[in-house]
Design a protein around this ligand. Structure first.
Ligand SMILES: [Fe+2]
Length: 304
């Protein structure tokens, strides 16, 4: 396929981050963390796994027992017919299975492999509804983004943009790229590393700063302390905090992430904390203000 401007169209258009998987050595402990500490709703729970949600989607986190492994799977929603998507992906040389046995809430899924990392990716048009009702006071609004290490940034970025239809949002230095699939500044971000693999962090969105503070107080009551933040990132300008889940995975709770309200304009909806007006995709220098406008840097978060 070729766009009107002559550029090749992506094989699929991912429109939404659906879910992320964690394999955990203590399933009950991680289920308790998600439901009692973060306020997620438990939709399905068996010895084979637990499915928790922040809202209408059947699940946004899949917890399965085994040797600890974060970002074991990532599910995305796509905006097209799955048979067409499977054919286009196969034509580009990406083996794809169409499966009906993935698990509850996702009866029709394309399964493929993220090329540089080997992580299993699921593509679906939608999930079944979770049945979760009401507005829980603690529960995040959604799974916001998943950040991961990759051994080689360029091919990973190319796969996400040219094959999955993501758009470039920002890059820090030559090693950290932010990619979007809808109005949110990023749903996937990748840090190049020759020594680190796996997930960098997973991020859940809070309604606003007050909601974030409420949940931080709740975390503290349960013994979960921040190791970085609150602060405000440069790329995405999200107000961020980071803590560890019981397995040691890095969890970001954030709010106020940049929005691309009009893709044709190509810049983020202006905000008082932006560095320039208008403010759009750019390559950022590696300095304190890029990492945290408010001034404190956690070197560990940039170690790659
Ligand atoms: Fe993040």
């Amino acid at each position: 396929m070729v766009n009107q401007d002559g550029a090749a169209a992506p094989a699929v258009r991912v429109s939404k981050l659906g879910y992320v998987g964690f394999v955990t050595p203590d399933l009950d402990r991680l289920v308790e963390y998600y439901t009692q500490v973060l306020g997620f709703s438990l939709v399905d729970f068996s010895p084979q796994g637990a499915f928790v949600t922040t809202g209408t989607d059947h699940h946004c986190v899949v917890l399965t027992p085994g040797e600890a492994h974060a970002r074991s799977v990532v599910g995305y929603e796509v905006f097209e017919d799955l048979a067409d998507a499977q054919r286009r992906l196969s034509d580009l040389g990406y083996p794809v299975q169409r499966r009906t046995d993935i698990g509850p809430g996702t009866p029709d899924v394309l399964v493929l492999t993220e090329p540089e990392t080997g992580v299993e990716l699921h593509l679906m048009t939608s999930q079944d509804p979770s049945g979760a009702e009401g507005t829980a006071p603690l529960r995040p609004t959604k799974l916001g983004h998943v950040a991961a290490f990759t051994p080689d940034l360029a091919p990973t970025q190319a796969f996400y943009q040219d094959v999955l239809g993501f758009k470039w949002s920002d890059t820090v230095g030559d090693f950290f790229v932010f990619l979007r699939c809808n109005a949110d500044h990023h749903a996937a971000n990748f840090m190049a590393s020759r020594k680190r693999t796996g997930m960098h962090h997973v991020a859940y969105e809070m309604r606003d700063p007050n909601h974030l503070i409420t949940v931080l107080d709740h975390l503290a009551k349960h013994g979960y302390r921040l190791h970085w933040g609150p602060g405000r990132h440069g790329p995405g300008h999200n107000l961020f905090t980071y803590h560890k889940d019981p397995d040691g995975n890095t969890i970001e709770l954030f709010t106020q992430i940049d929005q691309v309200v009009d893709e044709a304009k190509g810049y983020w909806e202006p905000r008082p904390w932006h560095e320039t007006y208008p403010m759009g995709p750019r390559t950022w220098e590696v300095d304190i203000a890029t990492v945290n406008q408010w001034g404190i840097v956690n070197e560990q978060e940039l170690d790659h």
